[in-house]
Design a protein around this ligand. Structure first.
Ligand SMILES: [Zn+2]
Length: 299
């Protein structure tokens, strides 16, 4: 297993796209049933009262099957759960290392498990539902922040959290996503454009949400009051990541419902490159491409 998590994530996303291309299934929404048929892997829905796991990979010798949970009635989550099991099937080393008990591997998909194989299967799943070559075109046209994530989720039939993770690794926006639980950070990812800003700290796993932010106030509300909540406020990058330069950000907060998680999307419109807007009409040179990747302040 490669130790650089960024590199490993990109490798898994590429592998997923390669699988789809080979099977002639590279279009949105990705047809998971067709992929299962192409691999001779039967798919079976679990009963709605079977909870606790997101799905299972069954193995009897060299014959495989996938079962997926239905206790969460979200198509995006169910598709993600299936895609996660394909991750164990396709990713290097998984069939040798993941645990099978009496021919059954049980999963907790959705970026909630600390187990590295579960995480790898999650990244593969996000790439399988949202291949780079297909979502880049979508992101060019979508508005920044949460609107982009919702476009991906809708067009790809993916879960919100998976769409957020694919958005942040592919977007040209200066943006960050933060997933938190009980007022504490689960994980935080920044886009390449935001990393270029420099001089900032990271929000590490377990850190308390920054005081005074909309997210921190929402996190204190009882879970029942947060259900399906979607709010936004103006904030500043300093409030989130410190540094020396004030940059206004829009803070968008969505209740993820599942596992009591809250998603925060921070985007800095001020750091959006103006040439980016006209990109569709331009034949982009390498120079322009490089420039587009360098965030700068709008005058
Ligand atoms: Zn798993």
């Amino acid at each position: 297993m490669i130790r650089n998590p960024d590199l490993q994530q990109r490798k898994l996303v590429r592998l997923a796209e390669h699988v789809l291309r080979e099977k002639g299934l590279l279009s949105l929404p990705v047809d998971l049933k067709a992929l299962a048929e192409a691999c001779s892997i039967p798919l079976q829905a679990m009963d709605a009262d079977e909870d606790g796991v997101s799905g299972m990979l069954l193995r009897f010798g060299n014959t495989f099957g996938i079962r997926y949970a239905t206790h969460i009635p979200s198509e995006g989550f169910q598709r993600f759960s299936i895609a996660h099991e394909f991750g164990h099937y396709f990713a290097e080393g998984h069939l040798d290392h993941i645990q099978f008990e009496a021919g059954i591997h049980s999963s907790r998909a959705g970026f909630v498990s600390a187990d590295p194989y579960e995480r790898e299967a999650d990244y593969f799943a996000a790439g399988l539902l949202m291949p780079s070559s297909l979502i880049r075109a979508l992101l060019k046209r979508a508005r920044e922040g949460l609107q982009s994530i919702e476009t991906l989720r809708r067009e790809a039939g993916a879960s919100t959290v998976a769409a957020a993770i694919r958005y942040i690794s592919e977007t040209h926006d200066a943006a960050a996503i933060v997933v938190s639980h009980n007022s504490h950070v689960d994980y935080c990812f920044k886009s390449e454009a935001l990393k270029q800003l420099g001089g900032q700290s990271w929000l590490r796993k377990g850190a308390t949400l920054p005081a005074g932010t909309l997210t921190a106030s929402i996190a204190r509300r009882p879970a029942a009051d947060r259900r399906r909540l979607r709010e936004e406020a103006d904030s500043d990058i300093l409030d989130w990541f410190g540094g020396t330069r004030a940059v206004p950000v829009v803070e968008q907060v969505v209740d993820l419902g599942r596992y009591d998680r809250v998603l925060t999307v921070l985007s800095c419109a001020q750091l959006v490159d103006d040439t980016y807007q006209d990109e569709d009409e331009l034949d982009e040179s390498d120079e322009a491409m490089e420039e587009r990747w360098t965030p700068r302040f709008r005058r």
